[in-house]
Design a protein around this ligand. Sequence first.
Ligand code: AMP
Ligand code: ZN
Length: 137
Amino acid sequence: MSENCIFCKIIEGDIPSTTLYEDEEFKVIFDIFPASKGHVIILPRYHAANIFELPQEITAKAFVLAKKIATVLKKVLGCDGINILQNNGEAAGQTVFHLHIHVIPRFKDDNMGLTWKQGQASLEVLEEIVTEAKKYL
Ligand code: AMP
Ligand code: ZN
């Protein structure tokens, strides 16, 4: 539990939310400003600001749960697709600094607009990245 963290307060029940599912390690709630019908966020009970701070075991379980929730939402809503996404850092669009995973049902022609301008890959740049990354992988 981290003081002044809105998601910790939701997990504790101090701030109201609508829960789809919960267990010992996670709470899955409906996003208050949904991108689409059925948009939920998966909150680990453990307070980690972002993916870098999340223990390995919880990280693994979180994605397994994301698959379960996505599968259930697909059945319940009959949506045509699902985005599973997770933002780390302000530059990446994170606004609440308690790690969470978005599960966003998608419908044909929903015009939600989760796209980006396509860039151009440079082999030289990619090779540089691989060389550097190998030091840590
Ligand atoms: P992010 O931009 O990835 O940090 O996402 C934060 C998400 O939390 C946004 O989609 C918000 O709509 C959602 N959110 C913020 N406050 C609440 C709340 N009290 N209950 C449910 N969802 C919330
Ligand atoms: Zn928190």
